[in-house]
Design a binder for this molecule. Structure first.
Ligand SMILES: *Cc1c(COP(=O)(O)O)cnc(C)c1O
Length: 367
């Protein structure tokens, strides 16, 4: 049996007709930039989330950059962010010449450890930029409280968390500005790069609409130095089709996760109370992780590691002066975690095959 980590062809086989029709509509209209599809998707995604405004942008990373830009984050400012994330979260901060101030993660939820945040706040702190890692919520209401109390901004990196919720409220609606990625492999994925920014704040909304479109207020009139980063109509058309399936797909993922958890006794990411994950990533902690990964590869099973090198140990950030040992939990996790195939179209018998192979490798490696 061969099981790839993700198989988008199976998803496409279910929706190919609808996608074809949606694309054809755009092609007939020949309207590709800031057209009807983009508008419609922004409205529909805002309604889905329960937020006032959505602006489609070129990618999740661009969404982060534009959010920080809109909040006026720049040189000399500090942004508190988890060390255990995909690097894009930090890239946006350093692109604007601001300083990332890293926080270690919790050993059970893998999320930014909220108890370490207040100590990191200084006069220069402009924002907290937490991540909902693997699509599960971090303790976002506490972070919102901290941000409010200290007069700093909160930006949710919900790039992995489409449809996830905390206390019956969708993730991506708690911060001042929040972002999603529609990278093809995300739970809601476009057919290319795409992302979105969400906010309830009218002033920030207007600012982002301007900034993502060359900083123009009206055609050829520029009040701010902007960028070109827009969701295009082709991608919006794809996302509109897929958005209708998102909840169903997430439910299927939940069912697959239940099969794993009921049959493979391992240490999984803990989901906080009142939290609902979309299970973008399902990982287990394993001793001898690299050996198991190789073993599974030989059995036809592809696995990934999210993420093998914590951000503070990446070469590109050596100038920040962090060293090994600074964030022991994230560093330990990076050596132990292994992400298993988890997608709506994964067959039950494939999951049981994966479980059997892991158990064959040795149950004692699971923690
Ligand atoms: C995917 C991802 C991003 C970046 O999104 P892109 O659309 O690929 O630019 C940012 N943060 C996290 C946590 C992600 O998983």
């Amino acid at each position: 049996m061969t099981i790839s980590y993700l198989n988008l062809k199976r998803q496409y086989a279910h929706i190919d007709k609808e996608i074809g029709q949606a694309l054809e509509k755009v092609l007939k209209r020949q309207e590709f930039i800031l057209g009807k599809e983009v508008n419609a998707f922004e409205t529909e995604y805002a309604a889905y989330l329960g937020t006032k405004y959505v602006v489609g942008v070129g990618s999740g990373t661009d969404g982060l950059l534009l959010s920080l830009l809109a909040l006026g984050v720049g040189k000399g400012d500090e942004v508190i962010t988890p060390v255990n994330s995909f690097i894009a979260t930090t890239l946006a901060i350093t692109q604007l010449h601001a300083t990332p101030v890293f926080v270690d993660c919790d050993k059970d939820t893998y999320q930014l450890d909220v108890s370490q945040v207040v100590d990191k706040i200084t006069k220069r702190t402009k924002a907290i930029l937490p991540v909902h890692l693997y699509g599960a919520p971090c303790i976002i209401d506490q972070l919102a409280q901290i941000a409010r109390k200290h007069g700093i901004y909160l930006i949710e990196d919900a790039a992995q968390a489409h449809g996830s919720a905390y206390k019956n409220k969708k993730l991506g609606t708690f911060g001042d500005i929040n972002i999603f990625s529609f990278y093809p492999g995300k739970n809601l994925g476009a057919y290319g790069d795409a992302g979105a920014i969400c906010t309830n704040n009218n002033i920030l909304y207007e600012k982002i609409k301007m900034l993502h479109n060359y900083g123009q207020k009206s055609k050829y009139i520029h009040e701010e130095i902007g960028v070109n980063s827009r969701l295009d109509d082709i991608q919006a058309a794809v996302l509109r089709v897929k958005l209708r399936y998102l909840d169903g797909w997430n439910k299927k993922r939940q069912r697959k996760v239940d099969i794993y958890k009921n049959n493979l006794f391992a240490k999984y990411q803990e989901i906080i109370q009142d939290g609902v994950s979309n299970y973008h990533i399902l990982s287990i902690e394993v001793e001898d992780r690299n050996k198991l990964q190789k073993f599974l590869k030989n059995k036809g099973i592809q696995t990934l590691i999210h993420y093998p090198v914590p951000i503070h140990l990446q070469k590109c950030y050596s100038y920040l002066g962090y060293k090994k040992g600074d964030f022991p939990i994230a560093e330990r996790l990076a050596d132990k975690i292994l992400s298993l195939p988890i997608y709506p179209e994964l067959k039950d018998k494939e999951i049981f095959y994966i479980i059997d192979q892991i158990n064959a490798f040795g149950k004692n490696i699971l923690r």
